[in-house]
Design a protein around this ligand. Structure first.
Ligand code: SIN
Ligand code: MN
Length: 275
């Protein structure tokens, strides 16, 4: 199995400076196939964790599966994913969120410019942005199936365009507006364009099974999927155990309540290879 040790310092540097990095390992084809088939099955279930596109269309995303599916539970304990998250966060971590954004062929809708930490600080009162998103495409991500675009370095600039608030979170928005195409916390388009001119942009492409990390405060977006190819992106957010929100109120499938450090477990079904 590849190790992370040799690359840890480099990855951490890239993540600290740019706000994103790609890992030196990827899940092998058998593991990807297994995960893909499992997610397809879970998407057929009628439960609140399964979110549809506007007007009850295709499945847009599925949330919190690590809490009710044993393969997803094994995935979050994968030694290399966990090692990467601990390296980037700088200490023990727990699973804050688990989701798969499906971006169905021709139907998958965009994610406007936003910063994840805006949701987590405003809605859950996560104290700091000491967390990390690990993204694993379950389909090849190419330029036309709605890849994630990040604005490198913007994670160092704070949060933009937060709505005024007076006091406690007031359930301003139903949690569905945190997972739908009409997001509750967005970065204004003119601001994103200005940031893009200043900081540049990176499109996160890669084969199924590749592993990418991005920072909770990085400005990012993705476009509609007008291609004939689905773009399922599995996302695990690991949060530092000493950075857990004190009293989250959103559903447990959006804000993990088990804040004990995750311990690694090797599962032979989830094999990895280099690159
Ligand atoms: C996407 O699935 O393209 C968006 C992911 C995210 O905003 O975290
Ligand atoms: Mn996001």
């Amino acid at each position: 199995m590849p190790t992370l040790l040799a690359e840890s310092a480099e990855l951490k540097d890239a993540y600290t400076t740019e706000g994103w990095c790609r890992s030196p390992f990827r899940f092998g084809p058998d593991a990807v196939d297994l995960l893909r088939r499992r997610i397809d099955l879970l998407c057929q279930e009628d439960r609140p964790e399964v979110v549809h596109e506007r007007d009850g269309g295709a499945v847009r995303g599925i949330h919190g599966c690590h809490a009710y599916d044993e393969l997803c539970a094994a995935l979050v304990r994968h030694p290399l994913l966990l090692g990467l998250a601990e390296t980037l966060v700088g200490g023990p971590v727990y699973v804050y969120q688990f989701k798969v954004n499906l971006k169905q062929a021709r139907e998958g809708a965009a994610w406007p410019w936003h910063q994840d930490f805006a949701f987590w600080s405003e809605e859950d009162r996560m104290p700091t942005d000491r967390a990390v998103n690990l993204a694993v495409p379950l389909d090849e991500v190419h330029a036309d199936n709605g890849p994630l675009v990040v604005l490198p370095g913007t994670h160092r600039l704070g949060l933009f365009d937060l709505p005024e608030r007076d006091g406690e979170p007031d359930g301003r928005a139903d949690w569905r507006s945190h997972v739908s195409a009409d997001l509750a916390y967005t970065v204004r388009t003119d601001r994103a364009e200005e940031l893009e001119r200043r900081m540049g942009r990176r499109t996160i492409l890669g084969p199924a099974g590749s592993v990418h990390a991005f920072h909770p405060s990085i400005v990012h977006a993705s476009s509609n999927n007008r291609s004939p190819d689905r773009r399922a992106l599995l996302l695990i957010t690991y949060n530092a155990v000493d950075n857990a929100p004190a009293q989250p109120t959103r559903p447990a499938f959006l804000v993990g309540r088990d804040t004990e450090p995750v311990t690694p477990v090797d599962d032979p079904r989830l094999g990895v290879e280099s690159g």
